[in-house]
Design a protein around this ligand. Structure first.
Ligand code: NAP
Length: 276
């Protein structure tokens, strides 16, 4: 069962110290986790950077999923040793200047929406953006560098659909897949978007989206040939119920994988022990 569990790494960069991140990851591995989920955009590249440092220190056979989006995003330049405590300090100071910042943000947000209606999540325009080879190639070079890897097990299009790739970008990705730089290609996009807009595409072998604890998502029936990876399962789960939730999610997705995230070693232990 543990080989079907993936540790989500969206919150690594918010943990305040590299030591804490390493302790969490080390414990995950010692409890049987071998697969980690990250993305170019998580923590401005710091999630990939931290995982890369951990992989280097750990040296074991660990698998990784990463993702890229419609635009190339830079990785923060500061070393993780400095960036994480700094990030925590800024977060702690924020409430002290909160009101001023909040007002400023609300104002700039309002202006942004006025200028660009798609900033409020106008789906059709978000899905219309074309993604060229340049964005994909730079993203791939950057995540391989940050992760310190020559290959990744799974690469996902992040909050976008394969139809958005130009022919050149698609050819480049298929080339990576053939060369083994990427194990499997897929799409990590909201379930609602996949249900409404995803059409069968042989390049896409993995679909990653919000799972369910009560029923098999319809996408599993519509695309039985794909690997289905489910995340965001803990909403509404009460104290002590997280391990059971993971077990239920795997029962509903026996051939796939399930992702969860935590910043707490105690929660990590509880969740994995609760799995049985
Ligand atoms: N587009 C995509 O492909 C996509 C989108 C969203 C997410 N994801 C992936 O899925 C991962 C998980 O997503 P998620 O973080 O939104 O959802 P999640 O794993 O369902 O929920 C995480 C939350 O649950 C809490 N939690 C975990 N174990 C707990 C316990 N035993 N007791 C109490 N609270 C507990 C965590 O708090 P503590 O830190 O306090 O434990 C955290 O606030 C992400 O890290 C990311 O890798 C992918």
């Amino acid at each position: 069962m543990k080989e079907q569990i993936v540790l989500g790494c969206v919150t690594l960069s918010a943990m305040g110290s590299r030591t804490e991140v390493f302790r969490l990851l080390e414990q995950a591995v010692s409890q049987g986790i071998t697969h980690f989920d990250t993305a170019r955009s998580y923590g401005r590249g710091y999630s990939e950077k931290l995982l890369g440092e951990f992989f280097k220190a750990h040296g074991g056979a660990l698998a990784v999923t990463t993702k890229f989006g419609v635009t190339y995003s830079e990785t923060g330049a500061l070393p993780t040793l400095i960036a994480l405590p700094l990030n925590r300090l800024v977060k702690n100071l924020r409430p002290l200047v909160g009101l001023g910042l909040r007002l400023g943000k609300a104002e700039s947000g309002r202006k942004e929406v006025e200028r660009n209606p798609s900033a409020i999540g106008d789906l059709p325009s978000a899905l219309a953006a074309k993604v060229g080879r340049d964005v994909v190639e730079r993203s791939v070079e950057e995540f391989l560098k940050q992760l310190g890897r020559e290959k990744v097990e799974i690469l996902l299009l992040h909050e976008m659909l394969p139809g958005q790739l130009t022919e050149e970008a698609r050819g480049y990705l298929e080339g990576l897949r053939k060369a083994g730089t990427v194990g499997r290609l897929g799409c990590g996009t909201r379930r609602e978007v996949l249900e409404r807009h995803f059409r069968e595409d042989p390049m896409v072998e993995v679909l990653q989206y919000e799972g369910s604890l009560t029923e098999r998502p319809r996408l599993m029936g519509r695309f039985p040939g794909k690997a289905h990876i489910h995340h965001s399962l803990f909403r509404g789960v009460g104290r002590g119920g997280h391990g059971e939730a993971l077990r239920r999610a795997l029962e509903l997705n026996p051939g796939g994988k399930v992702i969860f995230s935590t910043r707490s070693r105690e929660h990590l232990r509880e969740n994995l022990e609760g799995l049985g």
